[in-house]
Design a protein. Structure first.
Length: 280
């Protein structure tokens, strides 16, 4: 597989850039695509699809569920997968989420059938919440302010390192033996938000706390900050998956695929604190 070009959608994103770096380290020919990069790909601009996939043998797909507004994930991914296979793509790895019921009216696994029925070798990745939500994502501002307020109650989540997700993606893109697999990816242990934020507080020496808030109050607060109402509900419902412990049980998938244990949350926190990402 290393003799062929691998396309990475969302090549500058949280998992995409990590997939790109790991593919390059393995000697693969990589094409990183994004809305504003040298290789353009935009889910909302179908004229960018075919050029991005030209001459590609395998592709890492990241859909557009995590944005305001309606989006036909199943239809769009099915159309893209068909175009890709017709153009010679033989292997597709699709990033979805370890969320099997609708959140905010959206299904985060809606695109799976599109790749499964495409005729390509396919692998689906369903990760839990990323560690990196705390240091480069939606929870960063809360950590820096000293209060992470979410409608997550006291539920548990086996947070996973985006680097581990990327490593599994690269294995599926480059190596045989992963076709037809749906990989649920988690860290080795489940934590409440209070426990996770507590580890960050101890590592930084700062007073940082988790505050459980009401579901609707959280939606209303986001709308008050000019967040579109549909997206506010989407985020709140996604957080509620933690509160309701929908995906609280860790999996052994990272260990089975990579032959090693997943990175521990404490190691992530120590490294991020050392980088000063949570300093004021």
């Amino acid at each position: 597989m290393t003799d062929h070009t691998v396309l990475v959608l969302g090549g500058t994103g949280k998992t995409g850039r990590r997939v790109v770096d790991r593919l390059k380290a393995r000697g693969a020919a990589v094409r990183a695509a994004s809305r504003s990069g040298d290789v353009r790909f935009d889910w909302d601009d179908r004229t960018t699809w075919e050029p991005a996939f030209a001459g590609v043998h395998a592709a890492y797909l990241v859909d557009a569920q995590d944005k305001p507004g309606a989006w036909d994930a199943e239809g769009a991914i099915r159309e893209l997968a068909r175009l890709a296979v017709d153009g010679g793509v033989r292997r597709l790895v699709l990033l979805q989420a370890r969320v099997t019921e609708p959140v905010g009216g959206k299904s985060l696994i809606a695109g799976e059938k599109g790749v499964q029925e495409s005729g390509a070798e396919w692998t689906v990745l369903r990760p839990n919440w990323f560690f990196q939500n705390f240091d480069e994502g939606v929870l960063l501002d809360g950590v820096r302010s000293g209060t992470v307020a979410l409608p997550a109650g006291s539920g548990h989540e086996p947070f996973v390192d985006a680097d581990d997700v990327a490593a599994v993606a690269v294995e599926a893109l480059l190596e045989d033996g992963h076709a037809g697999q749906t990989y649920e990816l988690s860290g080795a242990r489940s934590l409440t938000l209070e426990q996770a934020v507590g580890e960050i507080a101890r590592a930084t020496g700062r007073d940082i706390r988790y505050q459980a808030v009401d579901h609707q109050a959280y939606v209303d607060e986001l709308v008050g900050y000019d967040v579109p109402a549909d997206y506010a509900l989407f985020v709140a419902d996604l957080v509620a998956q933690i509160r309701d412990e929908k995906n609280a049980v860790p999996t052994d998938t990272v260990r089975r695929v990579l032959g090693r244990e997943p990175r521990d949350f404490s190691d992530f926190v120590k490294d991020a604190a050392a980088r000063g990402v949570w300093d004021l």
